[in-house]
Design a protein around this ligand. Sequence first.
Ligand code: SF4
Length: 223
Amino acid sequence: MNSADEKRKLFAALAAEAAACRRCESMCGRTAVLSERNGSVAARVMFIGEAPGRQGGDRTRVPFSGDQSGHNFGRYIASINLARADIFITNSVLCNPRKESGANRKPSVEESLNCASFLQRQIELVAPRVVVTLGAVALAALKRIEYHQFSLKDSAGRVGEWNGRLLVPLYHPSPQVLASHRREDAQLRDYAAVARAIRQSAETAHAGGGRVRDLPGELSGKT
Ligand code: SF4
C-alpha cells in the first residue's frame, strides 16, 4: 500500500489527467469533477453515483452537493453517522452529461466505457473496504471493471462481495427516484446496510483479513 503522501500525489496526478481529458466529445465543454473535494483518499467507504449534475457537482465541484440529490444524500449518510470527511464520493463518469436543452441526461454506454479506467484507478488508489453504488448506472459501471451479476432490483440494500470488497447497491437519492422507485423509509433502511457493511469490514480487518472473503449472509437478505 502506498504511503499517505504518495497516495495523495498519485491522486493529484489522476485528477489532473481527468481535468485534461476530452475523450467524450459531447462533454468537452465540461471539466471532470475530481479533486480533493471528492473526499479522503484514505476513506474506507467509497460512494459512486451516476454523473455530476448540472446544478450539483458540475457547479459546486463536490459530488452530491448543491442540488436536491445532494441534500437527500447528506441526510441519508447522516442517518448512519457518516460525515463527508469519512468517505470518498465519485461518479461513474466524471463530467456532466447534458441534453441539447441543457438538462441532465444519463451518460451513454460509450461515455461510461470511456471513463471506466478513471473509475477503476480511483477504486484501486483509494482502496475502500466498502463500495456503495447509487443507482443502476453506477452498478453497471462496476461490472465493466470486474464482472458481477447484481441487479439493483434484487440487491438494493443488501451487502454483497465484489472484487475483494463489500458492495452495497443502493438506489439513487434523486427526488425522481424517491417519488417513483424508492421512498424515504426504504432508502433509510437501505443505508442501514451500509453501516452493517462498515462494521463487517472492520471486523474482518481486525481479524487480520486484508481482503473480504467468506461473507456470511451474502445477498441472503440476512444482512
Ligand atoms: S466523462 Fe470521463 S472519459 Fe469522458 S471526458 Fe470526462 S473524464 Fe474524460
